[in-house]
Write a protein that binds this ligand. Structure first.
Ligand code: TXA
Ligand code: MG
Length: 325
């Protein structure tokens, strides 16, 4: 049976209390939520997504006080950053408490924690009172969902309810910052920019793989991939290379005269981030052999957009991803 789409927070809360699975809106992407303290419920998230057990889930909370329920250490800089940007597109990684089952963290002794910025989901977190484990609500390896419809299309028959909060305002997943070592470290570029983080906590490290830059061929895990191959690079060169194919273009400000979509005609990076995943889905569902795309300027949310595009893209026949920023 297809899960109903609606705005009934009380019903969603009841389903979660009973160990069910509910898709919930956040400002970044839709999450697939279960009671983070119930191993059996969390296991069903992995099953619904066909997600491998080694990929840990983020635990969502509804208040700053709840950090202490799930984590042991809450360093000063982590406090400052969360006071500034929560609720918002920021996940912090801290040492976990035993109350969080191993299945949530894939056996790690750390836990990713986030307070999402969406009124329905904050209400839901208040109502249930327990933390919610939630990955993005897409089948493993596919593009993240930014509308309730995206969730219904792919996971509708495997979950109990879809809470509809409209299209996601930010459109790319949260930025993940780890506070488990001496110096804070960005593990994933996302909806909070590096300069916004720097402004509040000063210096930090950036994990090489968090932005897919610098690019080491072969280092990129295939992720966020549509079914139609995406080639990334200079669109006009790609178009001549693939001239015998039915091609469609996903450009930054224009489509260079080809059929396709521009992420932001005015070159607004935030608008581009907001449109990214929905545009990838639309182009993927058309009748095309290849999607040709290009990097956006590597500023602000541009790092996260380029990271997601790189991960979604297919290597050219010579084995390398074709990049030019
Ligand atoms: O914006 C978001 O973060 C969305 C919404 C739903 O909150 N969630 C999301 O979840 O993107 P997911 O599961 O698609 O990606 C979470 C990533 C995982 O790939 C994992 O690598 C990382 O967070 N992660 C989770 N817990 C971690 C931990 N303890 N240490 C390091 N990385 C962790
Ligand atoms: Mg995901």
């Amino acid at each position: 049976m297809k899960a109903e789409i609606g705005i009934d927070v009380k019903r969603a809360a009841k389903l979660l209390r009973d160990g069910g699975l509910v898709a919930m809106p956040t400002e970044t992407v839709y999450g697939l939520a279960a009671n983070a303290l119930n191993s059996r419920a969390v296991l069903s998230i992995f099953e619904a997504k066909k997600r491998p057990g080694f990929d840990p889930l983020i635990v969502h909370i509804g208040s700053l006080e709840q950090v202490a329920e799930v984590a042991i250490d809450y360093p000063r800089k982590a406090q400052k950053l969360t006071e500034h940007y929560w609720p918002g597109p920021l996940t912090i990684v801290l040492k976990k408490r035993d109350i969080i089952p191993d299945i949530v963290t894939s056996g790690l002794d750390t836990v990713g924690v986030r307070m999402p910025r969406h009124p329905l989901t904050l209400q839901l977190l208040q109502d249930v009172g327990f933390p919610l484990a939630a990955p993005s609500a897409n089948p493993f390896g596919y593009v993240s969902p930014t509308t309730a419809r995206h969730v219904a299309d792919q996971l509708g028959d495997r979950i109990d309810y879809i809470l509809d909060g409209g299209p996601c305002a930010v459109g790319v997943e949260s930025t993940i910052v780890s506070f488990t070592e001496h110096k804070p470290k960005v593990l994933r570029a996302g909806g909070l920019s590096l300069s916004e983080i720097r402004r509040v906590i000063g210096d930090f490290d950036v994990d090489d793989q968090s932005t897919s830059q610098p690019l080491a061929p072969g280092m990129l895990s295939e992720h966020y991939s549509p079914t139609t191959p995406i080639y990334l690079g200079d669109i006009k060169s790609l178009a001549s290379r693939f001239s015998d194919k039915r091609l469609v273009v996903l450009g930054f400000t224009s489509t260079y005269g080809f059929e396709g979509e521009a992420l932001s005609k005015t070159g607004d990076i935030r608008e581009a981030a907001k449109n990214l995943f929905a545009a990838m889905r639309r182009l993927d569902s058309g009748n095309h052999d290849v999607i040709l795309s290009e990097m956006v300027p590597a500023e602000g949310l541009g790092l996260a957009i380029n990271d997601r595009l790189s991960r979604a893209s297919t290597p050219l026949p010579n084995g390398e991803k074709m990049i030019n920023v």
